[in-house]
Design a protein around this ligand. Structure first.
Ligand code: GN1
Length: 426
């Protein structure tokens, strides 16, 4: 195997004298330091795709970081984060000298018995609204095609959850339609099912202030707004996606969490539901001011508790037996939330390392695994066994759980898409 194009690319995209590590959210640094990373991670993504003989994803984003940062993370064929075993491969390939590249690549190809003739890897690429993102995508595409003409499929400007969804659906068509339209349809059908269900809405004030962090989540929310505006009035703040210097500046989920206050651009109305995303829309935080103008944050810990309370009630009403519940947190969780979950909700908690992949992995051990980092990353996972139980029971009229479990079924479809939940009856 010759690696002519790889070597040419490595000479073109010179590695600066710094080493980077593939961390919980992939590689992240100042964007000007990332050209060589983009090229080389393109190669890693391509090889990962060949090794699994499935499509993988590559998201270009630095999430809540300042606008002049950027980053890259690989999404595995199942729609989850890159498997730990490949993180070192990515780190080695990104940090090695040009004269080591050939040996490292040969090593990977031999160890993983990669058949580069038979299988051409495919990588789906998405990116956030940073000015540096598009050129990094182009460089990553050069990396993807550099070994054996691997295929790059650019989705365009999108949120991180969309790339997770598209990768999953491309490899598993039973999960949903592998298009951006398919993503919205699925989310909105789920929303409509819930909305039209039997949930009481008499105390529900159907308006929300939305802080989009001036990022790509704004575009997604605008599209959703078109469909749901008769049901929920969304007021947009920090929605300047293409104005330089505004991304994550004094707004977004990280700002709210750190400052425990409204973004300065949002009117301080009391008893108004507010929600913030981060730069790639995979964090969500709710908050409000009470009558006395005290700020209340519904962070990941509170969301876990509220979701657990709600789901426990559903499970009880459904009379389904032997449903295991677990809530996964990190060391940043508020200890009082852990005590409340253990003592009052009587639900098992576990504490894992920071990083969505660790929480996700642990949550998979339960029938209903709820996981949230305090900073707003999180979702709920339902086991395949529970899904079967629900399917069987929902055919049995004595359980009358069709409506009760609409919620569970809805989330089930979004296990890789970081739950978007609008709380009712606060
Ligand atoms: C996908 C992922 O793992 N993201 C990480 C990462 O968040 P970002 O929103 O992607 O910047 O850094 C956070 C802080 O360390 C950590 O809490 C989180 O788990």
């Amino acid at each position: 195997m010759h690696f002519l194009k790889v070597l040419t690319g490595c000479e073109k995209y010179v590695k600066p004298p710094i080493n980077l590590e593939y961390g919980t959210a992939g590689f992240r640094a100042k964007a000007i330091l990332l050209n060589h990373v983009a090229f080389r991670i393109g190669i890693v993504a391509y090889l990962r795709s060949v090794s699994k003989q499935k499509v993988v994803g590559l998201m270009i984003t630095a999430s809540h970081n300042p606008e002049d940062d950027n980053g890259m993370k690989i999404i595995d064929p199942d729609g989850g984060m890159l498997d730990y075993s490949w993180e070192n491969i990515a780190t080695n390939l990104v940090n090695c000298n040009n004269n080591e590249i050939e040996d490292i690549l040969t090593n990977i190809i031999v160890s993983y018995k990669l058949d580069l003739i038979k299988y051409h890897g495919t990588v789906i690429l998405g990116w956030d609204s940073r000015i540096s993102s598009e050129s990094l995508v182009d460089i990553a595409c050069e990396g993807i095609t550099s070994i054996n003409g691997g295929e790059s499929k650019k989705i365009g400007l999108c949120t991180t959850p969309m790339v997770h969804y598209l990768v999953k659906c491309t490899n598993d068509t039973t999960y949903g339609t592998a298009t951006i339209d398919g993503y919205y349809d699925k989310l909105l059908n789920a929303f409509n099912k819930l909305w039209n269900g039997k949930n009481k809405r008499d105390k529900y004030k159907s308006s929300i202030f939305f802080d989009g962090a001036n990022g790509v989540g704004v575009l997604a929310m605008k599209r959703i707004n078109e469909v749901i505006k008769d049901k929920i009035k969304i007021e947009f703040y920090n929605a300047d996606v293409h104005i330089l210097g505004k991304l994550n500046f004094e707004c977004g989920a990280d700002y709210i969490k750190q400052m425990q206050q409204f973004p300065p651009t949002m009117p301080s109305e009391t008893n108004q539901r507010c929600v913030s995303f981060d730069g790639d829309a995979d964090r969500i935080l709710y908050y409000y001011l009470d009558d006395k103008k005290n700020f209340h944050l519904l962070d990941g810990d509170k969301m876990s508790v509220l979701i657990a309370l709600f789901l426990k009630k559903l499970v009880k009403r459904s009379m389904l037996k032997d449903v295991s519940f677990g809530i996964v947190q990190t060391a940043y969780a508020n200890g009082n939330s852990t005590n409340f979950i253990n003592e009052k909700l009587k639900i098992e908690t576990s504490c894992v390392k920071t990083g969505v992949k660790y929480l996700h992995h642990k949550a998979m051990q339960y029938d209903i695994g709820i996981y949230f980092e305090a900073n707003g990353h999180g979702t709920v996972l339902f086991s395949a066994e529970l899904k079967n139980k629900i399917d069987v029971a929902s055919k049995d009229t004595k359980y009358v759980i069709m409506n009760v479990f609409t919620f569970a079924k809805v989330i089930l479809h979004f296990k890789y898409c970081h739950l978007r939940l609008i709380f009712q009856d606060r």
